[in-house]
Design a protein around this ligand. Structure first.
Ligand code: G4P
Length: 530
């Protein structure tokens, strides 16, 4: 195996998905702590100020003290080189959050044990399923009163439609939380708050057959555990690596990120079960990083406005194969020419740093003079293949947008098109009404503010946004369908995208189902082709 292949093989690139407040940041921070990347918990996010340091990129971020961008963190643990892709939540949820998942080889889903599956997890989960990547579940906050464990698993299976396989099992929760039982090792890891004290904490493990355990757990908890293990062994899915790899079975772990409990156990199992960088589909078949020696990458995110004066941007790319060296020349397939990749950057714990080398599986940010688009391929392979594009994800908020000063139509159209090309917003038009009005769709409402701000600051155009009540968009998969004869619901609106492809907007989700029922053969999709 060459040095490059060895480097790639030890890489693990995954995204963390969750609903806000489930503990994603805390868990990430603890991973970094184990990896020795940070010395102190709290460095990833010490509320608004520390987060500033991570991505002090856009004016709007500074103003609001939030992070609009997703960041990538790299650290070493147990011989692995780990890349964590953070998916921002709250109001900074955007299409980039979805796109980030396109760059990951697996996902870790963090669930709050007292809440079960929540809205944002559900949305992000759909993208993981579409990609068939392995999904691992960490049920967090077990030091607080949690839902019944069987109910939690049932919730995941029903809500998300994925089978679960508990790798460990919690013994109580909240004040009565005693630890977790490792099913394959038949060992109990006793709960202790290892947040303070030594870095690794002191983990005490006891065989389930140790008589001493009864006294530690107490009669009631012991009896309950025995009963649950018996039920579990009879009812739960067996661990099956193949199903895990295909994203059909999610290994489940329990713990408490805040108190460091179960975090390292999870990390160890996860690293065993997850994969090194996966092959990627291109127009010339699969490109496998274990056999393709040339550098190749695709752009999954463009971060605009790093410096207002220069309108420069950073293109984030996922390296799919080979080795990257700073300043190297690469063929940009969509642009049809060689480009020099300069100012490569990577996130390291809480700061950005310049790098000179990176390998398949890594994510790098490259200075972009405005030549890259989302989904573009860069490669030095002779074949010059093109990686499969990145789908367009469903916006959930829509507004009609007009420029205040009609004389500025040209700047307005230019600005809005550029911002759309960067992937911050999607633009649509009325279908067949002859009206030139532009409808903007965004995944998170903050994107409306970003649009307004950027048009004013960069293009000197003031706009008016009129919110529209639609929340659900569907692309029509069978484009041959006669749009004029389509029988929809009263809350449905027909629109088209910039490539004249028809789409449907709905206020209510049930209208989507009704429209499908009324039009035989109609196929609707939540993902658009790029
Ligand atoms: P997020 O990134 O998913 O949004 O969640 P984050 O890690 O910021 O955690 C949200 C809140 O939940 C934080 O409390 C955090 O300390 C707490 N938390 C995370 N993991 C656990 C856990 O295992 N047990 C318990 N009991 N709490 C947990 P906060 O008060 O909102 O913020 P902070 O003041 O602690 O920063």
């Amino acid at each position: 195996m060459s040095e490059i292949t060895k480097e790639i093989e030890r890489r693990r690139t995954f995204a963390i998905i969750s609903h806000p407040d489930a503990g994603k940041t805390t868990l990430t921070e603890k991973f970094l702590l184990y990896g020795g990347a940070i010395n102190q918990a709290g460095s990833v996010k010490g509320k608004a100020t520390a987060r500033h340091a991570v991505s002090d990129w856009m004016e709007i971020e500074k103003e609001r003290g939030i992070s609009v961008t997703s960041s990538v963190l790299q650290f070493e643990y147990g011989g692995f080189c780990i890349n964590i892709l953070d998916t921002p939540g709250h109001q900074d949820f955007s299409e980039d959050t979805y796109r980030t998942l396109m760059a990951a080889d697996s996902a870790v889903m963090v669930i709050d044990g007292s809440k079960g599956v929540e809205a944002q997890t559900r949305k992000l989960f759909k993208v993981c399923v579409m990609r068939h990547i392995p999904i691992f579940t960490f049920i967090n906050k077990m030091d607080r009163d949690a839902m019944d464990t069987f109910e939690l698993l049932d919730d995941i299976e029903k809500e998300l439609g994925i089978a679960t396989c508990p790798v460990n099992w919690p013994i109580g929760s909240g004040k009565a939380f005693k630890g977790v039982y490792d099913r394959s090792r038949r060992e109990v890891e006793l709960f202790s708050d290892t947040q303070k004290g030594t870095r690794m904490g002191e983990v005490q493990k006891l065989s389930i057959d140790t008589p001493k355990l009864d006294g530690i757990l107490g009669e009631e908890a012991r009896a309950k555990l025995d009963e649950e293990i018996e039920l579990l062994d009879g009812a739960a899915a067996e661990f099956d690596q193949e199903l895990v790899s295909k994203g059909e079975l999610s290994p489940v772990f329990f713990g408490s990120a805040l108190t460091n409990f179960g975090v390292e156990t999870f990390l160890r199992h996860f690293l065993d079960m997850t994969t090194s960088p996966l092959p990627r589909m291109s127009d010339q078949g699969e490109v496998d990083p274990m056999t393709e020696t040339e550098f190749s990458a695709f752009v999954f995110k463009i971060q605009a406005n790093m410096n207002k004066a220069h309108r420069d941007r950073i293109a984030f790319m996922r390296i799919c194969s080979g080795e990257f060296t700073a300043g190297m020349s690469v063929y940009h397939v969509q642009g049809g020419k060689e480009v020099r990749l300069s100012q490569p950057q990577q996130m390291m714990a809480s700061e950005r740093k310049m790098i000179d080398k990176a390998y398949g599986g890594d994510i790098i940010g490259i200075f972009d003079p405005g030549i890259f688009s989302i989904g573009d391929t860069l490669t030095n392979a002779k074949e010059r293949y093109v990686y499969e594009g990145i789908p367009t994800f469903a916006p959930e908020h829509f507004a009609r947008v007009r420029q205040m000063d009609t004389m500025k139509r040209k700047q307005f159209v230019k600005g809005i098109n550029q911002i759309a090309q960067e992937g911050a917003i999607q633009i649509f038009q009325e279908y067949n009404t002859g009206m030139e009005e532009i409808i903007v769709g965004v995944v998170g409402v903050l994107q409306f503010d970003v649009l307004k701000y950027r048009l004013e600051n960069e293009y000197n155009v003031e706009i008016l946004l009129e919110n529209l009540p639609y929340e659900h968009i569907r692309w029509i998969e069978n484009e041959e369908i006669d749009m004029d004869r389509l029988s929809g619901t009263s809350d449905m609106k027909k629109i088209k995208d910039l490539k004249d492809r028809p789409l449907l907007l709905f206020i209510h989700e049930w209208s989507v189902r009704m429209t499908l029922e009324r039009n035989e053969g109609l196929r609707l999709s939540e993902f658009g082709k790029s």
